[in-house]
Design a binder for this molecule. Structure first.
Ligand code: ADA
Length: 920
């Protein structure tokens, strides 16, 4: 530091240089310190700069330096001077040291340079200065000494880099709907743990993340009091005070680390006391905007913005509000944005906190068209590949939505959501993740990242590992966070260097050689291909309705359409390729295959399973640290291997069954038997590996979970619970093959079911379900054929045009619990009511309506085939309310009436062969 430079220290306090006492200069172990270092920051430095300096100080101390943070340069020793590029001191140091930056760092960026024996960290802004300190601390950690010469300019590629925490639980609270969890110590003890928050926020800062999303249905009634609606508060006074304290603490500490807190909420959900007071439901999928709810929501948001100025908002316009359309636009532009503006006005603020609009279950491009002129700090956000991680080559209509949103000129954020195909096993493929982030830029043209916990989202802060004490997800899945964060900062890193980097990280974590670290990385990367490939080639849905790691039933592999096949999974969320049915059809017709085939995936996952086990075994020899966790990784690799093989052999069996569809040759089915047996043997291995090591496979433990088997009452969430289903299907398959071979058994008739009407009181017109009958008063559609079980039931006459514009509302009184049979037209055209879809409506199974009971149940002239779903209602006066679009009400039967689940095959397009019976 030259004296001329000292003269320019106008921003800094000038005090005399100090010599350090030798005692102070010794490290804790009493060994002589390597060097004495002064970190110099301005006394008026921003909290973030102070935070960065403290982190750097900690690392310097850990590496044996004697260090102190001062506001003046100490000319007797080396200094690390931290400031902003625009600071006069930094400018003068650059001038005296002849430092010329090759490029000026942008937002959140920094430059680090050496000048004589000082290091200068200059941030483009406060976050940049903090990141510069963290960068130097990382260098130090890797090399255990400060660089002699350094010249570095860096800045993040993605504008928002964030993670989320669900303030939600695995199960619903009694008397409450989805997403309805007030913030209370009983519901979320961890929310009140300040030390836990600091650890989490520190790890976010360490990963250079700048946004934390809290997901909740309706957080406002836990966090603010609204003057006009005092009764809406849904926590007691003491809890409210605690919440305010915690929320202030959290947002303050986050801000210190350069992190925006973004509070998420769903529309339109209101607090329970508000709903009860006004005789409304807390949420109703088919509700239009109600003035009092709009007023309450606007005022809640205004109060929230006023109370917590460092918080942004993330909103889901869909899910709990009537369909896609004008209501969404109105709600966004006339309730939400005005609410935020009211809050800002009350504070006299002119800056705008960020508002992130999720594209989930709404027409986001259309919503944004109206919102953009009203508010500047808007962002959009879309699920990367649904609620799962399936590919780094997304394409098709899903990619188009991302691209459209990216083109708006606001920032498009990629949400790596829930990870229903990964949980509960560990995931750490740096290769896959880097490629995903590249795809986010290159295919989706997006510029922000928002990741979910790798597993156990609904059970945060824990993982599903059966340990005592339980593992914290942020600890267990450190590599998940670190990988996404590293590539959201910069995804254009050289792969060779990355292999070295991660091998080293893993070597340090497990106290082994770099080569063994590389083995661990190999295990992660090999296993990291398995779950994405299985889901994208054989799955039913990318949604958390399916828990992929629990396996799939044969009938689901053979007839996925009967389980609500989610087509985006196949047309967008993987490389181009073939479904099992397409592959089988082409094989039969000797047609060429296109893209990624099921057989290719079968071969690949078997190999990847084998490789991951081999790699982890290889690493084991050298592991000396964190051995318990290493053993759990090893177990996970064995799980991946067993799962891959179980799926692979089941797929082989399914392809033979699909071949039988064309060949009618029972020997095809016989060939499938040993494959199915092998699949079961591997599943048994998976059961053995998980029996004591995992509490559950999936953290969402409600009836919303459907595949492979329904999750009602928190059941069917472990492999051992699923085993009997898989044993049974094998037994049934054997039995059915035998019956196909024996004409007597084949002749045995299936039991005939006849559904019978139950009396209900209603005002609407009814008609008898018979051929020649008419379901609509205003439309010709004549019934041509009906599934025999339903003949004679009493349907309710509908006005099709009214259903299309207003939806369907039917009030009735029933003495006993009933099931209402609702016919959905199997067509995506907007004039028809769409079948319940859990992917974008978490309430879609509240009445047990999610599954098709009788597929292709009625053939009506000039109309699409009809799939029957049932809605269960308790005794009393009930209202069935359905969204806009034509549908049929086909009768009322006793709740306990047995409704066959099958495909009646009645459609104007001809018969469709259903093979599910082979496994029943
Ligand atoms: C689906 C999913 C929910 C939630 C939701 C969302 O409904 O089942 O768990 O993730 O999407 O908000 O995206």
């Amino acid at each position: 530091m030259s004296c001329s430079a000292c003269r320019f220290r106008i921003n800094f306090l000038i005090v005399c240089c100090t010599l350090f006492l030798s005692a102070f200069a010794c490290d804790a172990a009493g060994t002589l310190p390597k060097k004495t270092i002064t970190i110099v920051i301005s006394p008026s430095a921003h909290e973030r700069v102070k935070y960065g300096a403290q982190k750097l100080e900690q690392q310097l101390k850990a590496d044996g330096y004697a260090v102190s943070i001062k506001s003046v340069i100490n000319s007797h020793n080396e200094n690390i001077i931290v400031g902003l590029l625009k600071d006069a001191l930094i400018k003068s140091l650059y001038a005296s040291g002849h430092i010329r930056l090759t490029k000026a760092p942008g937002k959140e960026g920094f430059a680090i340079n050496t000048s004589s024996n000082n290091i200068i960290i200059a941030g483009a802004d406060n976050s940049g200065a903090m990141y510069g300190c963290l960068e130097l601390a990382d260098e130090l950690k890797a090399n255990h000494k400060l660089p002699v010469k350094i010249s570095l300019v860096d800045q993040p590629e993605m504008v928002l880099r964030g993670a989320c925490i669900g303030v939600q639980k695995p199960e619903l609270l009694p008397g409450r709907g989805t997403y309805e969890y007030p913030y209370t110590p009983e519901n979320f003890p961890w929310f009140y743990d300040k030390a836990l928050w600091l650890r989490y926020l520190d790890s976010m800062a360490q990963n250079r993340m700048n946004s934390l999303y809290l997901w909740s249905g309706h957080p406002f009634a836990s966090l603010v009091k609204v003057k006009d609606y005092p009764y809406a508060l849904e926590v007691d006074e003491a809890t409210y005070q605690k919440n305010v304290d915690m929320y202030n603490f959290l947002t303050r500490e986050a801000d210190k680390r350069g992190i925006w807190v973004l509070q998420g909420f769903y529309n339109i959900i209101v607090s329970k006391p508000f709903a009860d007071h006004n005789h409304l439901k807390t949420q109703d999928r088919n509700r239009h905007i109600v003035p009092i709810i709009a007023d309450y929501t606007r005022k809640s948001i205004a109060a929230f913005v006023q109370k917590y100025p460092n918080v942004g908002l993330m909103l889901t316009l869909g899910e709990a509000m009537e369909g896609v359309g004008q209501d969404d636009i109105d709600w966004f532009t006339k309730t939400i944005i005005p609410g935020v503006k009211d809050g800002l006005k009350a504070l006299g603020r002119t800056d705008e906190p960020p508002i992130v609009l999720r594209s989930h279950d709404t027409d986001a491009p259309e919503d944004m068209k109206y919102a953009m002129p009203l508010y500047k700090n808007l962002y959009t956000m879309t699920k990367y590949t649904g609620e799962a991680l399936t590919t780094y080559t997304p394409h098709g209509p899903w990619a188009q939505l991302h691209q459209t949103l990216s083109k708006l000129g606001t920032v498009q954020i990629e949400n790596v959501h829930i990870l229903a195909n990964l949980e509960p096993f560990r995931y750490g493929s740096a290769d896959f993740i880097q490629k995903c982030v590249l795809a986010m830029h290159n295919v989706y043209h997006s510029n922000g990242l928002h990741i979910y916990p790798e597993s156990s989202y609904w059970d945060w802060p824990y993982t599903a590992d059966n340990t005592s004490p339980r593992l914290l997800e942020m600890d267990r899945d450190w590599i998940w966070y670190k990988e996404w964060a590293r590539y959201s900062w910069n995804c254009h890193r050289d792969r060779k260097d990355e292999v070295k980097y991660w091998s080293q990280q893993l070597a340090e974590m497990y106290g082994c050689s770099a080569e063994q670290g590389k083995n661990i990385l190999d295990a992660y990367e090999q296993s990291g291909e398995i779950a994405p490939k299985i889901l994208r080639r054989f799955g039913i849905t990318d949604g958390n309705r399916q828990t992929m790691t629990l396996g799939m039933l044969m009938s689901q592999l053979v007839d996925p359409e009967k389980y609500g096949l989610f087509t985006l999974l196949y047309n967008s969320e993987g490389p181009e390729g073939e479904m099992l049915s397409e592959y089988a059809a082409k094989e039969w017709k000797h047609e060429p295959h296109i893209g990624e085939t099921p057989v290719q995936v079968v071969n690949e996952i078997i190999e990847e399973g084998h490789n991951s086990v081999e790699a982890i075994d290889e690493a084991e020899k050298g592991v000396t640290a964190n051995t318990a966790e290493f053993k759990r990784i090893k177990n996970d690799m064995y799980c991946y291997n067993a799962m891959a093989n179980s799926y692979a052999h089941k797929v082989n069996a399914a392809l033979l069954v699909l071949r039988y569809k064309y060949s009618n040759d029972v020997s095809d089915l016989e060939k499938a038997l040993p494959e199915l047996q092998t699949s079961l043997d591997y599943y048994q291995k998976l059961v053995d590996l998980t029996k004591y090591s995992y509490l559950y496979a999936n953290s969402m433990q409600t009836k919303q979970r459907k595949i492979p088997v329904g999750g009602n009452d928190g059941k069917n969430k472990t492999w051992i619970e699923l085993l009997p289903y898989y044993q049974r299907e094998l037994k049934n398959f054997k039995k059915n093959i035998d019956s196909l071979k024996s004409p007597q058994a084949a002749a045995k008739q299936a039991e005939k079911i006849q559904l019978v009407d139950v009396p209900v009181a209603l005002t609407a017109d009814t008609y008898k379900l018979t051929a020649g009958g008419k379901a609509y008063t205003d439309s010709a559609g004549i019934i041509k054929n009906i599934a025999p079980e339903m003949i004679g039931l009493k349907g309710v006459k509908m006005i099709k045009a009214k259903q299309e514009t207003d939806g369907t509302t039917l009030t009735f009184t029933n003495a006993k619990p009933v099931k209402v049979l609702v016919g959905y037209f199997a067509s995506k055209a907007s004039q028809y009511l769409q079948e319940p879809q859990l992917e974008n409506d978490a309430s879609a199974n509240d009445y047990g309506q999610a599954d098709i009971k009788i597929a292709n149940a009625i053939q009506i002239e000039d109309l699409p085939p009809v799939n029957v779903h049932t809605y269960t209602f308790k005794a009393g006066t009930n209202t069935l309310s359905l969204g806009k679009g034509a549908c049929l009400i086909l009768g009322f039967v006793e709740d306990n009436a047995r409704i066959p689940v099958y495909d009646a095959g009645l459609s104007n397009e001809g018969n469709i062969r259903d093979l599910r019976w082979l496994f029943n």
